[in-house]
Design a protein around this ligand. Structure first.
Ligand code: ZN
Ligand code: ZN
Length: 171
């Protein structure tokens, strides 16, 4: 999913996200809708602006019990794509400090829209994934899913290395 600067004709060109070839299938499972819209406008022969919106339903493992949880991701983004290299002398980019606007440098006047979308998927991932707030997780010792069963492992100081030692000794 790429667009070359010479394909940007008129005020702006829009693209609907119709394929998922760019989607990071190795890292997560697409569980439903993948919806997106991109508009690309040319500011000069060496600079183009990409704005877009992405919505996806993915499956991510619960941080505690590893059960897959359907999670809706959504992102609004804006990228300023500049042909060339970042000038190390100008240092901090003062024009574009807002979090939602990123400047990226490209070697040739071709924008890889898939790369932008992929980055947005990762940025949209929640900090914590839980199947439910009260998820009890898996037992650190026997791996039992404590949401469904209780195990006979000692529930005290599971994370302590001494607990592990005690268990080894008891064998
Ligand atoms: Zn869980
Ligand atoms: Zn256990």
């Amino acid at each position: 999913m790429k667009i070359a600067f010479h394909e940007i004709i008129g005020a702006e060109v829009t693209r609907e996200i119709s394929d998922d070839g760019w989607f990071p299938h190795d890292d997560m499972t697409l569980a439903g809708t993948l919806d997106g819209h991109l508009s690309i406008s040319k500011k000069s022969d060496a600079e183009a602006l990409v704005t877009g919106r992405l919505q996806a339903l993915v499956e991510l493992p619960c941080d505690r019990c590893c059960r897959l949880v359907k999670t809706a991701l959504s992102a609004d983004f804006e990228y300023d794509c500049v042909v060339g290299k970042e000038d190390p002398h100008t240092g901090i980019d003062t024009e574009c400090r807002e979090e939602d606007c990123c400047r990226i440098y490209i070697n040739e006047p071709v924008i890889d829209l898939g790369e932008i979308l992929r980055e947005q998927v990762y940025l949209a991932l929640p900090v914590q994934v839980l199947c439910r707030q009260s998820c009890k997780g898996l037992c650190h010792q026997c791996g039992a899913d404590l949401n469904n069963e209780s195990c006979s492992c000692s529930s005290s100081d599971l994370s302590s290395p001494f607990a592990v030692l005690r268990q080894l000794k008891g064998k």
